[in-house]
Ligand binder design. Structure first.
Ligand code: BES
Ligand code: ZN
Ligand code: ZN
Length: 471
């Protein structure tokens, strides 16, 4: 899909305009105008006029809260897309000359993200096809604003693709290849470490989780370093890359709980997508992303409960449940991050069922020991892009719950606060200001929800991008 800036409307185009547009009569005849007035009175947020072969959409949104308003624009845009696509319409003009830049940006996000579909494995090419090819827009957005929204949505789509790929394609090694390809295309540095190098680094957590697998692990380092970045020390982002989570020998019960576990690399997909978006749009911040990756299986010499694992930083961990594998691989990545002397470390992970149970798919569970300023900056990005953060407590008492009788710490907490004890486990390994984001709820959804298409949602990409853009 290509977006061009123009004032010209072609007769054949479908058309979107804002109800606040004073020149309504330019686009509508008297009857249509009357109809529109009536619908506006009824407070309808999207008015559709069928022109037999094309459509006119009038967006009628009134909101005091700017963040909520932008989300409504994204939602309306996704409805516009699905209506057009049903009718196999190829081109759309958005007339928004007098609208706010941010409104139009959000509307374009809604169209681009709403048009996403994962069709790679359909034999029938007409299935779920995107017909809409050309979008023209008359607005205050510059050519570079348009390139930015396209690049950002391309990165979200890439992130969704990665989540939607099953293990039969996306092994840890393949994930490394995808990272390399993106780095080559968008000019950021990549280094993909293989099993030998991971062994040399003594990443005991990653190796333990991988020990039940046929496929080797990878550890990827991605770096975007502009010439004069705003930050003197890098920001490190870490993503959980469990390409499939069976639970290991603490096998997940089959009834349902394993059915979406190809998405257990949603954190990895988020940091990879964010890196691509940052590099594609050449943001002036120094960012390093770390992706520890493996599947979690009960085969071969799988690690078992009561094993004691020596981690990359030397910490000895008592394993009590092999299904708490995410924290094992993230811990090694977090201690590896210490060598960069980072200004801030953020990890994203589909880490706990507890986080999912607490708030569902509607937001991201966050916690950490970073400054209030850093935390509130990230939270405000979350509000803006509508990937909202809910902060959980991070009191030291929760740290008591992961103390082990036989080793330094254990990989399982008590019966309460499962999302928090997982976060506390991770905190043990980082020496720098830290924010943990548990995306177990929003990373993967089983039905379309507006512009969040079913399957991988790419959650985290727009959040991190906005955070870096405003850093
Ligand atoms: N990948 C899961 C968490 C998860 C659950 C993600 C549901 C998305 C949806 C994680 O590895 C896991 O199994 N966590 C366990 C931890 C427990 C054994 C301490 C959990 O949350 O049950
Ligand atoms: Zn697990
Ligand atoms: Zn997992």
């Amino acid at each position: 899909m290509k977006i061009l800036s123009t004032k010209q409307i072609k007769k054949t185009d479908s058309l979107v305009f804002w109800a606040s547009d004073k020149s309504v009569s330019k686009y509508l005849n008297k009857d249509q105008e009357k109809y529109l007035k009536r619908k506006i009175k009824e407070k309808k947020e999207l008015v559709i006029i069928d022109m037999q072969g094309s459509f006119i959409f009038i967006v009628n949104i009134k909101q005091n809260n700017i963040n909520k308003e932008k989300e409504l624009y994204r939602n309306q845009a996704a409805s516009v897309f699905s209506q057009l696509n049903k009718e196999q319409i190829k081109s759309l003009h958005i007339e928004a000359e007098h609208s706010d830049k941010e409104q139009v940006f959000a509307f374009l996000e809604g169209i681009l993200l709403g048009s996403y579909s994962f069709t790679k494995y359909y034999s029938d090419e007409s299935k779920n096809k995107t017909y809409l090819k050309n979008i023209t827009v008359n607005s205050a957005l510059t050519e570079s604003n348009l390139l930015e929204v396209e690049a950002l949505c391309r990165a979200v789509s890439f992130s969704r693709d990665l989540v939607n790929e099953p293990l039969s394609y996306l092994t840890a090694e393949q994930l490394g290849k995808e990272i390399k390809a993106s780095g080559k295309k968008y000019n950021f540095n990549t280094e993909v470490l293989g099993k030998k190098q991971i062994e040399a680094l003594k990443m005991g957590g990653l190796l333990a989780v991988n020990s039940g697998s046929f496929d080797p692990p990878t550890f990827s380092v991605l770096e975007w370093k502009p010439e004069n970045p705003k930050n003197t020390r890098p920001i490190v982002i870490v993503g959980k890359g469990v390409v499939f989570d069976t639970g290991g020998v603490s096998l997940k019960p089959t009834a349902g709980s394993m059915d979406l576990m190809k998405s257990d690399m949603g954190g990895a997909a988020a940091v990879i997508g964010a890196m691509q978006a940052v590099a594609d749009n050449k943001l002036n911040v120094h960012v390093i992303a770390l992706v520890p990756a493996t599947d979690n299986r009960p085969g071969n010499k799988a690690y078992v409960p009561q094993d004691i694992i020596t981690m990359h930083d030397g910490t000895k961990v008592e394993v009590l449940n092999t299904d708490a594998e995410g924290r094992m691989i993230l811990a090694d990545a977090l201690s590896y991050a210490n060598k960069f002397n980072p200004e801030l470390v953020i990890d994203l992970a589909t880490l706990t069922g507890a986080a999912h149970a607490a708030i569902g798919e509607y937001g991201i569970v966050s916690m950490g020991n970073a400054s209030n300023k850093q935390k509130s900056k990230l939270a405000s990005s979350g509000d803006k892009v509508y990937e909202r953060l809910v902060e959980f407590p991070f009191w030291e008492e929760y740290g008591e719950l992961i103390k082990s009788d036989i080793a330094d710490i254990k990989n399982l907490g008590g019966p309460v606060g499962g999302a928090i004890t997982a976060g506390k486990f991770l905190e043990h390994f980082t020496k720098f200001p830290y924010i943990h984001l548990d995306i177990a709820g929003p990373a993967y959804i089983s039905a379309n929800n507006s512009y969040r298409t079913k399957g991988g949602t790419g959650v985290g990409v727009r959040l991190l991008y906005d955070f870096f853009k405003n850093y």
